[in-house]
Design a protein. Structure first.
Length: 659
């Protein structure tokens, strides 16, 4: 690590600690206990009974009339029924202050004032209207609970587990253990993350990764819980179960987001006490100036900050749900805020910008040798070895005729020597292997990646050049990020400089830092932070973990990233598609704009209502009217946040550098 990186470390690490603290705050969620669910049900039941009593009182007064005391008794009974939940909630909020608690306190004060003034109808209606608002918030908040249940239903079925004796048995997801082998037939849904041991098929992974088209898989591929096998039979070894699966993590994040407190909400809560004192002062001033109890009550109710309370959580829940639909796992609402601010990119090469697999770049056959013969021989030899170069050659030409060797020997550090049944000897590997047999391969071609030469008996057949190619979408994705304001892009890799520069040229990244160690990768990130930038760090390996943790936002590339990289990152792209980086940034910026709009609407509407209430413009039943208008603004905020659910990466619109 350079000296400048060490000097950058103290300030950068302080920022890192603050980011970690924000993430912990965002992920701190009170558990929903059975007692809390029972209390909510009781609150709803009491509100419904109170509504019936008020309906009886109003109907009796207008249909029967007279001097009967029944309407007053019914109104008093309704007010008594709904008072305990509001009072209990307001008292509890004194011990655990929050913006929702502030609303309960203001409604409780207004209710007690209505009792004192003898206005039983208002004393009953206020809590009922506010309870109705809470029900809409808690049960219909963008359908988040239904979305969670829909995800849970993806694995609410059975699958076939292969017993040690080879027989298959039907089991549920809860019966699975790591290491179990599953038989997945056409139409079956996978109930755990796993590794394909045998078979070839197409998987529908739309519910997990957002891939609209089926994904072709074969032995060696990693598959995710919730995927549907469309054809063929697969044998899958279970690698993750339950909450550890990608699906389990999505469900957990949805549940966390439902009650998490984004940074803006925490900021507003700091001033909750001062706000309460201000509103009580304004209400008292209105009462002393006008002598109108109705105006005072209207001020108290109008000042309830529910619309502001829901401004951030509603948008955050929608954004995390949409991100999951697009195959992006966001580990906390705080990271949505950070992602909107990133202004530079630090990206790993192998497995991130590139596919992470060697592939054929070109063949250079010797004079008199056809390219088809050269590639067929290389592919047939490659099928006999597990070496990455051999496997790449075999993948490049799967239709090559298979050979039945009399003898095949893998020479460590040199290559393969294969003796055919007719006595011919094939050699593939380093030039030294051919030179040892008296075959002159000539000068090696200029190439920054792996290459092999082939010979047959005493004849040189040619050279084959391989490379780890950039992903098909890499160049477009880098250009897309530059258009979004991430004009500073650094390719950071432990690979050789020549290889890194070739990849950089192909994808349009000009700043290359090659042959760096993991600690030096983190040093580069800290230098960026010290320079005042907010880097987005993307990687997939163990050597990227330190850099992922140090960046403003760390992104693990693909569900096949190492466990260390997954745990160190803030976002996970379930499919290794670099276009999803732009999708995530666009979504986070949309989310922030939505939050800002909701806060502006909430604050503005609350101020207007307070002004109207203070000047007694809401009528004789000002408190009831204020409660209705207050809930209308809350629903408007929810509807605006719900617009995020229509976000689609296939029609992202234009994102400018202005944020």
């Amino acid at each position: 690590m350079s000296a400048s990186a060490f000097s950058a470390a103290p300030n950068a690490l302080r920022g890192l600690e603050q980011r970690a603290e924000a993430a912990r705050d965002a992920a701190t969620v009170p558990l929903t206990t059975r007692a809390e669910r029972w209390a909510f049900g009781m609150r709803l039941t009491l509100a419904m009974v109170a509504c019936w009593l008020l309906a009886v009182a109003v109907a009796w007064r207008f249909l029967v009339g007279g001097d009967s005391a029944l309407p007053d008794l019914a109104s008093a009974a309704a007010a008594v029924l709904v008072a305990p939940p509001i009072l209990a909630a307001s008292i509890a909020s004194l011990r655990h202050p929050s913006l929702h608690g502030l609303t309960d306190q203001l409604v409780a004060v207004a209710m007690l004032a209505s009792w004192a003034a003898g206005d039983l109808l208002t004393a009953a209606l206020l809590p009922i209207i506010m309870i109705a608002g809470h029900i809409l918030e808690e049960r219909s908040l963008l359908g988040s609970q239904e979305a969670i249940r829909a995800l849970e239903r993806l694995v609410d079925t059975t699958t076939l587990r292969i017993r040690p004796d080879g027989a298959a048995e039907a089991v549920s997801a809860t019966d699975l253990r790591v290491g179990d082998r599953l038989e997945l037939r056409a139409g079956d849904r996978l109930l755990a993350d796993g590794l394909i041991l045998d078979g070839q098929s197409s998987l529908d992974m739309a519910s997990l990764t957002g891939e609209s088209a089926p994904v072709e898989v074969a032995a060696g591929a990693h598959v995710l819980a919730g995927s549907i096998n469309l054809s063929g039979i697969l044998t899958v070894e279970v690698t993750r179960i339950g909450d550890d699966t990608a699906l389990g993590q999505i469900i957990a994040l949805m549940e966390v987001a439902e009650d998490a407190k984004p940074p803006l909400t925490r900021l507003l809560e700091r001033y909750a006490g001062s706000y309460m004192a201000l509103i009580m002062t304004v209400a008292a001033a209105v009462w002393f100036a006008s002598g109108s109890t109705a105006a005072m009550l209207a001020v108290l109710v109008a000042s309830c900050p529910c619309a502001v309370v829901l401004a951030a959580p509603a948008a955050s829940i929608a954004s995390i749900a949409v991100a999951a639909r697009h195959g992006i796992l966001i580990k906390g609402t705080a990271f949505l805020e950070h992602l909107a601010d990133v202004d530079s990119l630090i990206i790993d090469k192998t497995g991130t910008l590139t596919t992470g697999q060697l592939s054929l770049e070109r063949a250079l056959p010797a004079l008199g040798v056809s390219e088809v013969l050269l590639l067929d021989r290389a592919a047939s030899i490659g099928a006999l070895s597990a070496h990455p170069v051999s496997r790449a050659l075999h993948r490049s030409r799967p239709e090559a005729p298979q050979i039945q060797p009399h003898d095949a020997e893998e020479l460590h550090g040199l290559g393969m020597r294969v003796t055919l049944s007719d006595g011919a000897i094939l050699r593939m590997g380093r030039p030294a292997l051919l030179i040892e047999a008296g075959v002159d391969p000539g000068p090696a071609p200029e190439h920054s990646g792996p290459m092999v030469c082939l010979g047959m008996d005493n004849r040189f057949l040619g050279w084959i050049l391989l490379s780890d190619r950039p992903r098909d979408e890499a160049a477009d994705a880098m250009e897309e990020l530059r258009a979004m304001g991430l004009t500073r892009q650094i390719l950071l890799t432990g690979d050789r400089r020549a290889v890194a520069e070739r990849v950089g040229r192909d994808v349009g990244v000009s700043e290359i830092r090659a042959e760096v160690l993991p600690a030096e990768k983190m040093g580069c990130v800290l230098e960026e932070i010290e320079a005042g930038r907010r880097p987005l760090v993307v990687g997939d390996g163990i050597n990227d973990a330190l850099a992922l943790r140090a960046g403003a936002v760390g992104v693990a590339m693909g569900a096949e990233s190492t466990d260390v990289a997954l745990s160190s990152s803030d976002l996970v792209l379930m499919q290794p598609n670099l276009h999803r980086l732009g999708t995530a940034i666009r979504l986070s910026r949309r989310c922030r704009r939505t939050i800002q709009t909701n806060v502006g609407m909430g604050v503005g509407w609350t101020a207007i209502l307070i002004g109207m209430a203070a000047f007694n413009l809401l009528g004789a039943q000002g408190a009831v009217m204020a409660a209705l208008l207050h809930n209308a603004s809350t629903l408007a905020g929810l509807a605006n946040a719900g617009r995020l659910l229509r976000f689609d990466e296939n029609s992202p619109g234009k994102e400018t550098k202005t944020r």
